[in-house]
Every structure is written in C-alpha cells, then in structure tokens.
Design a protein around this ligand. Sequence first.
Ligand SMILES: [Zn+2]
Length: 367
Amino acid sequence: MAARSRSKAKSVKAKKRAGKGNGGTGRGLLERLKEGAVICAEGYVFELERRGYLQAGAFVPEVLFEHPEVVEQLHLDFVHAGSDVTQALTYYVHREKLRLIGREKDLAPMNRAALRIAKKVARKTGTLFAGDICNTNIYDPNDPKAIKEVERIFDEQVGWAVEAGVDYFVAETLAWVGEAELALKAIKRQSKVPTVVTFAMHQEPILRDGLTPAEACRRMEQAGADVVGLNCHRGPATMMPLIRDIRQAVKCHVAALPVPYRTTPQQPSFMSLTDPCCNNQRAFPVGLDPFMATRSEIFDFGREAFALNVRYLGVCCGAGPHHIRALAESLGRHPPASRYTVDMSKHSFFGTDKMIRRIQTEYRDKA
Ligand SMILES: [Zn+2]
C-alpha cells in the first residue's frame, strides 16, 4: 500500500513537472523565445521518405509502427544538429488521412506511438516536447458537415497530445484562416500550454479564404496564439517578403520555417516548381533535388530572419540535419554536429595545411 501511494505521488509529481511545459530544463517555449531564438526541426515525412521508410503521395508516417527506431533516430539526429524542439510526428496521423489509407482503426495507437517516441527523445535531450496538428484537407467554409469533422479531427489529436503532456502545441501547414481558427480553438479548449500557428502559402500571396498572411496572423494573435507565422510550401526567397509583412503586423513572436528549395517569383511554392531538365514537369515531390538549397543559403536565411526579430525558426519539408546545423550556426550556436562542420584546411587539393604536398595544391585548378 505504501509503495503504491509512493508511486502515485511520484506520478503526480511527474505530471506537475510535465504540466509546466518546460522540457524538464526549467525553461518553456515562451521563456526561451524571450531569451533568443528557438529552432524547431520539421519536415520529418520528407526526410523519412528520402531514407526509404515512407511513401510519397499519401505521406502518412506508417513508419511509426513499422520502424519506430527510425523515427526516434531521426528526432535524435535533428537534436544533434541543433533543434531545440522534438515535435511529435503526428503530422498526417489524423482521421482523414488514416481513412484514406484504410487504417482508421490505428488512429489512436499511431498518435500515441508518435507522442511516446518524441517525448522519450525530448526528455532525454532536454528539448521541448511539441504536439502537432495540421491541415485536414477536408476543410470547406461552406460545408458544415466538413467543419464538424475538422473539429473532431483536431479535438481527438489535441486530446492525445494533452494526455502525453506536451510542452506546447503547433498547428501547422494551414492554408485556410477558418481552419486555423478551429485548430486554435481545439487546443484552447483542452490545454493551457503555449500555441504556435503557422500558415502555408501556395502560389498566391493570400490564404485560401482571401486574407493576406499578415491579416491572418494578426487574427490568430488576437485569438490567443503565442507565436504566428509561416511554414512549408515556400523556400526562403519567396517566404521572407511575407514574413516581413507579418513581423510588422503583429506584436507576438513570429515563426518562419521555409522549405529548403530555391523557389522563385514565377514559381513561388515548391509544388509549382518545374524542372527544365525534365520537360518542365512538376518536380514535386520526388524530383526536387536540383532545387535544394545549400547550407549557406539556409545560414543566410537564419541570419536574415533573426535580424528581423523572427525567433521561432526551422526548416520544413526537404530539410535534413545539415540544414538544421546551418541554421543553428547562423545564430552563433555550436550544436554537437558542429564538431563535423566543414574544414577544408586539410583537404587533399584545396587544403592550406603545410603537410599538403605541392604536387596536390598546384594541381588544384585541374581538380
Ligand atoms: Zn513541410
């Protein structure tokens, strides 16, 4: 009996600790943002697809059941590279997506698996543990039945994340302000932890219900979001002008998490990029490699965004750990992965070290 009540007291204490939303380190999202930038690695489904554990198309992370160790390692890789956050891979683990692939019965266990894996990594590494909800793909402002279903989708996913004790919530990749409002309401109904709301902009510089991103973000701030901004779809070049507008429109913290692709004014979203090498076919989603941003481009993005006082930073679909490391280094940080940041001084042709033979360095221009 005594042992039982002791363990009960222990679990109550653990719950209290988790409820503080501080990642076990004494500093929650808002405290960290007050002090400086917070890096959140996103885009897990693209990286898992590239690693051969997830199918492009539906983009549902069945890997959570099939290879949980791969998901755990990916979280660890991003933390090693400088992410301050371990975000649960519940992106596209919602009822609509699981219905689409015929696995609706796995909905609850798959969400719980994602949350369990992320929490384990977050607590082990002292990173923040983030819950995640996202675009449902059924939202239609003129369809009350669809809206009801969106509410159900958000409610149940928020419920599982609250049960897991997330430090804060992310509602992401939303193209409708109306859908974002439902997401924020669902979070506020069940939880008091901080909330990040990020919109994903397609080719047009307006949300699908007609608002500019600045107006949409202002509306989210007024509705109680702690951090507002943009994620996914656009590369740094076509996201930053919109981020500048958002920064001027709101008082709260701003988020910028572009995709690591070279989007252009003519093709501002990664879904619209066409590859001149391949009959100008759509490059999305598995032909985007030639458009990949270099580490130095992500470094420049980080510098530029932070100089604007945009503090919630990350890279979305397409990001690898090397991008996250570049982002961290742009903020003057030295994550564990920086132990291996490029140093050409001992390179066989381009090195400057005295031990590199002249027979090599003189051949440099022909290498
Ligand atoms: Zn993305």
